[in-house]
Design a protein around this ligand. Structure first.
Ligand code: LLP
Length: 416
């Protein structure tokens, strides 16, 4: 079902008018569709039907408490990368027993906290980390459930900044070293081996690299079995892409069916860590055109949203669709660069976009539900935008707009 649609040329999120929301909460603002989040999550649930599984939503994609709460009510687990994300999951009513802890720099404090809350699994990224977790667990008379994140050395064919499964990347443990580390782990009193883990990158538009990685991981599993190391689950990470422009990413059912087929006859629970494919197309960023400007070479639409609100275009050269909130009559389009007010040439949210707009009009930047608000900053002392969740025709403010005084409340003048 389409959760972002036009009625009488006015953009709606579910049954709520974007123009009215912008009027009430101001711009820029993020708007999420609860039904879209639910539908995207349920697509994974349906795909797994009949197979033991755990869907751990990658909190980093969008960590708003209301988003986590909606997903936890559907039974979701969570993939976290910090103690802060664990606190968010708990505050949102999530079940810590369904939490996987990824990330390569887990601190001592974070490990204590995760052990105390009884998480499902630590995804181990180095021998040093395994040793630290064992030591903490032994000191606390606890046993830490772990899987080792293996780097399968496959090319995920995505943007280099979000590709993680090549030997040159900082992530995971090489195939060669993994067996040795598993054997070492069997001797550690504070460690209980639960699974095998990999995550090769994000915004994947083909499942082939994931299946190539899985082949390698299953070979590794056979080598482990022959050494009496028995695992319960295989974690295939996140990474399914979404349609920003005209990509045709695989669906959860395509991915999961192919994975199940490869596992045929092997009794392993499947863990997944999707972020973008659940949240990205459940959200938009709404912004107002402040000025139109022409500098001979180009036309610019200067908007009140900027790279601090949505950094993906500036950081990765990402393309996100930009549409008018109210479609204008006629089709006298002009080509604009859609730029923010920040003093950086990279501060554009879209380039060469053909639009029929005037100063004062509202624009919606689509696919902004994942890696949008969470990557926003206060650069140029710009308060972060509010987040609003729509359910049918109901509008819920789920995060207030920051105020400028919020931004410097923890700063101090020198004495005297
Ligand atoms: N699991 C691990 C270990 C990860 O590192 C990530 C994402 C995920 C799961 C979730 O991946 P997803 O399903 O969302 O692709 N800021 C970038 C994306 C960074 C992804 C980092 N890791 C962007 O805006 O494109």
């Amino acid at each position: 079902m389409e959760h972002f649609s036009y009625k009488d040329n006015n953009l709606l999120v579910e049954d709520a008018s974007v123009a009215s929301i912008a009027e009430k909460y101001g711009t820029p603002c993020f708007i999420y569709s609860k039904a879209a989040l639910e539908q995207n999550y349920q697509a994974y649930e349906k795909a797994f039907e009949g197979h033991s599984h755990l869907i751990c939503y990658a909190v980093k994609a969008n960590s708003n408490l209301a988003v986590l709460n909606v997903l936890s009510k559907l039974g979701a687990g969570f993939d976290i990368v910090s103690g802060g994300e664990l606190d968010r999951v708990i505050a949102a009513g999530g079940d810590p027993k369904k939490v996987t802890f990824s990330g390569l720099g887990k601190t001592t404090q974070e490990i204590y906290k995760a052990l105390d809350t009884g998480i499902h699994c630590f995804n181990i990224e180095s021998e040093a980390e395994l040793l630290r977790i064992n030591e903490i667990a032994v000191n606390n008379s606890q046993v830490a459930p772990i899987s080792i994140r293996v780097n399968p050395d496959v090319n995920a064919e995505t943007h280099p900044y979000i590709s993680t499964g090549l030997k040159e990347n900082k992530f995971g443990i090489s195939m060669g070293k993994a067996i040795e580390l598993y054997l070492h782990a069997t001797e550690m009193k504070g460690i209980c081996i639960k699974g095998l883990d990999f995550h090769i990158g994000s915004q994947l538009t083909s499942i082939r690299p994931i299946l190539d990685a899985l082949d390698r991981i299953l070979t590794l599993n056979e080598q482990l079995i022959s050494r009496d190391v028995i695992i319960e689950h295989i974690n295939i990470g996140g990474g399914l892409g979404v349609t920003y422009e005209n990509e045709m990413p695989p669906t959860p059912i395509e991915l999961v069916s192919a994975v199940k087929e490869k596992l045929h006859g092997i009794d392993l629970k499947i863990v997944v860590e999707p972020g973008r494919s659940i949240a990205a197309n459940a959200g938009i960023l709404v912004t107002k055109v402040e000025y139109l400007k022409n500098n001979e070479e180009k036309n610019f639409a200067i908007i009140d949203g900027a790279m601090n609100d949505l950094i993906r275009p500036a950081l990765y050269g990402a393309w996100q669709k930009i549409v008018p909130v109210k479609k204008a009559a006629g089709n006298e389009n002009t080509t604009y660069d859609i730029v923010g007010p920040i003093c950086e040439s990279a501060d554009a949210l879209g380039k060469n976009r053909s639009l029929n707009i005037n100063a004062g009009d509202l624009l919606a930047i689509k696919s902004a539900g994942a890696y949008g608000f969470v990557m926003s900053s206060n650069y140029n002392t710009r308060p972060r935008a509010p987040e609003i969740m729509i359910s049918g025709s109901e509008t819920h403010l789920v995060r207030e707009r920051e105020t400028v005084s919020d931004l410097f409340q923890n700063e101090y003048l020198l004495p005297g």
